[in-house]
Design a protein around this ligand. Structure first.
Ligand code: SAM
Length: 244
């Protein structure tokens, strides 16, 4: 075999003997090949997978030939599902929690479940992997020694401005999750609170076909946004408040 040839992985998914626990499994944020081998082993090996949207998760499972039974766990049925999940753990079952994309609990459901499972004395096992947050930070080129993840900003203008003002004076890289529809309003609010020269990076559609990473001053970026079609897709917006 020559040095550039990659040795094929003959056995992608390995049978694993999973002890009873809640496995919190990160899944791809676009490119399905970003899944970890351990995530596949675990999704194939658990008794039940709880997913935010079973159709979305089924696409990932189908791509790897995994047939584990899927049930839903989301913000609207969480209160009903938590006791069901805890009684399965009491029976000694192994359970996986996944969200539609990325790492569960990062702007996704699961916080109350993890805290209840812990309070009931059961094990919670993290399976690290993709997240839009870390993908954006790793390629954004802004300081990463101190960063503040602020999830989604409030939709209402006044509340959004207040939220942004609450970060004033901090030396940090601020990170928000955004959508194309709201991007221009958010950048206007950033200019109002931190100034038009604020350095920002927008990371859009990471790991997907139209992946784009733009580094700009906020004022120039807003002009560009206002003079072109509305951006579509999923967005991480990073704002440097460090002055570096
Ligand atoms: N738990 C996920 C994670 O770990 O990244 C985040 C879930 S949150 C409901 C969805 C938001 O994440 C999107 O609105 C977008 O801001 C961001 N996001 C998810 N996938 C992305 C991608 N491929 N590129 C850029 N941002 C993404």
């Amino acid at each position: 075999m020559n040095a550039n040839e990659v040795k094929p992985v003959t056995q992608l998914i390995r049978p694993v003997d999973l002890s009873s626990a809640l496995y919190v499994v990160a899944t791809p944020i676009g490119n399905l090949r970003d899944v970890t081998l351990r995530a596949l082993d675990t999704l194939a090996g658990v008794d039940v997978i709880y997913a935010e949207d079973t159709r979305q998760t089924r696409r990932l499972l189908d791509a790897y030939g995994i047939t584990t039974s899927l049930r839903t766990y989301h913000d609207h049925n969480g209160a009903q599902m938590r006791p069901q999940i805890i009684s399965l753990l009491e029976e000694g079952k192994s359970i996986a929690l996944v969200s539609d994309a990325g790492t569960p609990l990062i702007s996704d459901p699961g916080f109350k479940l993890v805290s209840d499972v812990r309070d009931e004395g059961h094990k919670v096992v993290p399976l690290p992997g993709p997240s839009a947050l870390t993908a954006a930070l790793s390629a954004g080129g802004l300081p990463t020694d101190t960063f503040t993840f602020a999830g989604f900003l409030p939709v209402k203008t006044g509340q959004r401005l207040d939220r942004l003002k609450s970060f004033a004076g901090q030396k940090t890289t601020l990170i928000f999750y955004e959508t194309g529809n709201r991007l221009a309003d958010t950048v206007s609010a950033i200019i109002e609170v931190f100034g038009a020269e604020t350095e920002l990076v927008m990371a859009r559609e990471l790991t997907k076909m139209f992946e784009t990473i733009v580094h700009s001053e906020a004022g120039a970026f807003l002009e560009e946004l206002n003079s072109s079609d509305k951006l579509k897709g999923e967005i991480v917006l990073m704002v440097s408040l460090t002055g570096d």
